[in-house]
Write a protein of this length. Sequence first.
Length: 191
Amino acid sequence: MAATYVTKAELRTNLGIGSLYSDAVVEEVCQSAEDIVKAKLYFNKSNVIAHEATGTTGTLYFDRIITDRFYVGQTVTVELVAAHFNGSQTITKVTDYTISFVNGSITTTTKHAVIPYGYVLVAGQLDYATVPAVREASMMIAVDIWMARTVSQQGGVSVDFTPSPYKMGNTLLARVRGLLADYLDPGGLVG
């Protein structure tokens, strides 16, 4: 999976490292930064807590009522459930807590939990990879990750401006929260 929020070329240029480090190492940092930012952004997704299949019909179970999110004929993306469930699926049935779809590659399975939760994603109107604030936040985090990996004496600074040896501590996201504020997942702010 190639990072799109911050690219290898952008990170190499920003750090001034040219081709000194391998593509795999630089890509790992880019992908890590994207994963950190992506986990905090709002996506129209619902948690899948269980699944089952009868014949070629797959059924996904959710932790809340989903009739306001899904409808018959809608195409959704299933992720982190099971190999034969994952991917693009067209909904054929919706109940309060389930959706069903037909897929010829599904084999009959009894209902069982999905741990950790998978999810169903409804395509959104906004591609975060095109949002300058999201890309800048990702770059800032990528640089912090790079510096934490390569400079042993590089520490962070706590909220009260005291030095801290932990560059990857709880202030990592705090430093970019202003850039991401308009795009944060409101459900992530609870608890």
